[in-house]
Design a protein around this ligand. Sequence first.
Ligand code: PEP
Ligand code: MN
Length: 640
Amino acid sequence: MIIVLKHDITPSQKKETRCFLERHGYKVREIIGEQETILGAVGLIQMDIREVEILPGVDRVIPISKPYKLASRELKGEDTIVKIGGIKIGGGRIAVIAGPCAVESREQMREAAFAIRESGGVLLRGGAFKPRTSPYAFQGLGEEGLKILRETGDEFGMPVVSEIVGTEFVDLCRDYLDVLQIGTRNMQNYELLKKVGALNKPVILKRGLSATIEEWLMAAEYLMAHGSDNIILCERGIRTFETYTRNTLDISAIPVVKKLSHLPVIVDPSHGTGLRGKVSPMALAAVAAGADGLMVEVHPHPDQALSDGPQSLYPDQFEKLMRDIEAIAPVLEKELQRIPGNITVSSRESVEEGHGSEKERGKTAAGRVAFQGMRGAYSETAVHRFFGEDYEAVPSNSFGDVFKQVLIGGVPYGAVPIENSLAGTVHEVLDLLLQYPDIIVVGEQKVRIIHSLMAVEGASIEGLKKVYSHPQGLAQCSRFFEEHPFIEPQPYFDTAGAVAHIAEIQDPSLGAIAGREAGDVYHVHVLQEGIENNPRNYTRFFIIARVETPPIHTPNRAALMFTTLDKPGALFKVLQVLADNGLNMKKLESRPIQGKPWNYMFFVAVELPEKHEILDAAIGEIKSTAGDVRPLGLYYSHGD
Ligand code: PEP
Ligand code: MN
């Protein structure tokens, strides 16, 4: 049964409730959710739930109807997020685990790890004990394999996973691994499940090759009942009458399990198909069907692999798969997990030559802020206004790249425009905030947009024939063009880029409109400053960072995103919660959800009350009554 505790339960009341349940033979687990704390009580004993309901501090009691209890959605509505170092699996993320079937040598693992990490894999796999169908096939390197896997993982900053095949290896695997894998053949090895569960280390539990979904969830229940909270379910194909593929990958299991259980579900398309050419299509199908991640066999030289070569991807196939996943992630509103931190292996040569030294890796990222655009862009001005001149502003190609750089840890911060006082919200940035649950807002900077007309040495306004700028820049200076009909406005993809362009051509009949900072960067002269029609032209930038980063200044604003139920008055109810809690709304904007036609999300900024708990309580209230909410961060805003 599930015992939902009252918000104001005292520690001693909680302890008494636990003792009461344990005295009646229940195993009790406390689960602290974002909105409420619950106790999960599991046991064979049937007792009248009313006896529990009347205990002080108990809000309500809900019986669980499924044979699996701790693993069920009934017990826990929110997705479980399994944390492995800085990597998160579950809850709107796609995490890709990759590596060869078996650890064969140090060189093989280093080559594999380099390629996988470069392409965006976050965990390194490799079997040290191989459960092979034939006793004459390669059985794995044993402890030596675990050692190589651990050392390679450490060198490349990747957590490692390997299969545990028997209870006698529990201590060994605990010491070497970040994640233990229970293989398909051992899914119902209950003694192993009990021992591994008791370690409370993250576990990947593969589906037995002839197991029903319920049997699979019961195996997860074994792990959980013995103490493990961090379980990742892995669909790897089941036995059917079909012989063309090694197994039949049960894609439909993904949405089924996601409904029944809060545990993350990943998919292994390598064992699922057994055929290299079928791995990527099935991997994409799995992601599209809602998988929280993948486990893919990748070998630097599959033709020489000691096991499962025919189903192992070549590194370049893996790279292509990762790019494809990245392309579909926004449609699924999901973030492709990245390894945080700033370890970058400098070159392929260093791996091939076998010396990836500490010094070559670990270029420091502190003091760097990514922005979209070229040097001299207004976003760069925002970076320097917010952080000062000592910070290095790092140009990126797109807003998506800024988010990705921050997620990877290539830079600790990014600066992205969220709204212009004339043109309105930058919707792409809102979409990215929704897509990346591990990125939050930690600061805000307003920049007045003063458009300057610039040209090369010797030019004059009268001599200009063409003036380049971003279409928005041109539109915002339309009056200038009306007054100078002999000048033709020329659209360019970027304001600072327009300045770089005229600086390169060095033709005095060409001009550009941008911020004067761009003129300084590209050494061109300002012919006239402030040519915009409306001088009240401001852009607000958000400073973004990884989710664990604190706000940069004492915050006075909170940004949230929420969706509402499809019911009359649903939006009104959310706003009512904000009003009832005295949260003053500074902005409200609706936005279609990408990939879900005619579904909308709402972006709100509210004044942050002195007591932050008020905000937390309001978020909890919205979640339990009106819809889903995502806090996007706390930041300091200088007035409106
Ligand atoms: C493996 O992942 O290496 C493996 C042996 O998988 P499975 O247990 O799914 O066959
Ligand atoms: Mn294998």
